[in-house]
Design a protein around this ligand. Structure first.
Ligand SMILES: Nc1ncnc2c1ncn2[C@@H]1O[C@H](COP(=O)(O)OP(=O)(O)OP(=O)(O)O)[C@@H](O)[C@H]1O
Ligand SMILES: [Mg+2]
Length: 269
């Protein structure tokens, strides 16, 4: 679906940021992208949907190439990008207008706009606030409106670049619940995050280190085999508990199952 082939990127010549990066993200995957500050995650996210173009190599989405302007316009319609700071994403004065604005931009027929916007706002539980002013909403509500504006455009892939990091636990959980529900319905999701608890919920983890892919695989193997602190990351709570317990007595129970159930309990709180 989304493929990086030998991608190189730099902001200043001579200071490579992304170094010969190749990978594929498949339809329906839920990928967590992690790594220390400055390792290149946001740069990769922007390369994914053509906000940045590779200096060398190729980024393709459904065989369309981000470096070809005509194809890039279609890629923009099919990939949604939710940024860290919800404040940065609003242009209009009401929640409803915010969603309609995106639809106008991609020239959705006028008669379809209202129902698409309402459907998207309902999906993020914000239809009741349709006439509210975006700047009067809480951070979590703002992010949900930003997600609705993207959903209305019916993207195939959504990138969340630390979209939960400025939210309180309640707001964060609401956004995570929406992400999981979208994934359950078939959306492909790339979730850039520093929250290791969120990584456990992904199917695949990509660890970026100095612009290269250091680990690419499932989260349980990741926490078993990668010393998270080497990459300025902290293991999730459940993994730390398991490590502490193992110091006392070797665990015979299936600890992966324990982490899974720990996570389910955590999610249902
Ligand atoms: N517009 C820019 N101009 C010059 N250098 C930049 C620019 N944006 C990012 N960089 C540099 O590129 C490197 C990678 O930045 P990037 O934002 O991709 O990292 P990140 O992994 O998203 O970090 P964080 O976890 O802090 O969000 C950093 O060294 C950063 O200073
Ligand atoms: Mg970043």
């Amino acid at each position: 679906m989304l493929t990086f082939e030998h991608v190189h990127y730099y902001y200043q010549k001579g200071t490579p940021i992304i170094d010969n990066l190749s990978f594929t993200i498949h339809e329906g995957e839920y990928v967590a992208m992690v790594g220390a500050n400055g390792c290149g995650k946001s740069t990769i996210a922007k390369l994914m949907d053509g906000l940045l173009l590779p200096k060398e190599g190729q980024v393709t989405f459904n065989h369309m190439d981000t470096s070809k302007p005509k194809e890039l316009a279609r890629i923009h319609e099919q990939i949604g990008f939710v940024f860290q700071n919800p404040e940065d994403q609003f242009i209009t004065t009401t929640v409803m207008d915010e969603v309609l604005f995106g639809l106008e931009n991609i020239r959705v027929p006028r008669e379809d706009m209202q129902s698409r916007a309402e459907h998207a706002l309902r999906a993020v539980h914000m239809l009741g606030e349709a006439e509210a002013m975006p700047h009067q909403l809480s951070g979590g509500q703002k992010q949900r409106v930003a997600i609705a504006a993207i959903l209305a455009m019916r993207p195939q892939l959504m990138i969340f670049d630390e979209a939960t990091s400025m939210l309180d636990p309640h707001g964060r959980q609401q956004v995570l619940d929406i992400m999981h529900e979208l994934h359950r319905q078939g959306m492909t999701i790339v979730h850039v995050t520093h929250h290791m608890d969120e990584v456990l919920a992904a199917e695949r983890v990509m660890l970026i280190h100095q612009g290269r892919l250091e680990y690419d695989g499932d989260p349980l193997t990741f926490f078993e085999s990668v010393p998270a602190s080497d990459y300025h990351l902290q293991e999730p709570f459940a993994v730390r508990v398991r490590q502490k317990l193992q110091l006392i007595t070797p665990l015979t129970a299936d600890w992966k199952e324990m982490i899974r159930s720990e996570w389910v309990t955590h999610c249902n709180k």
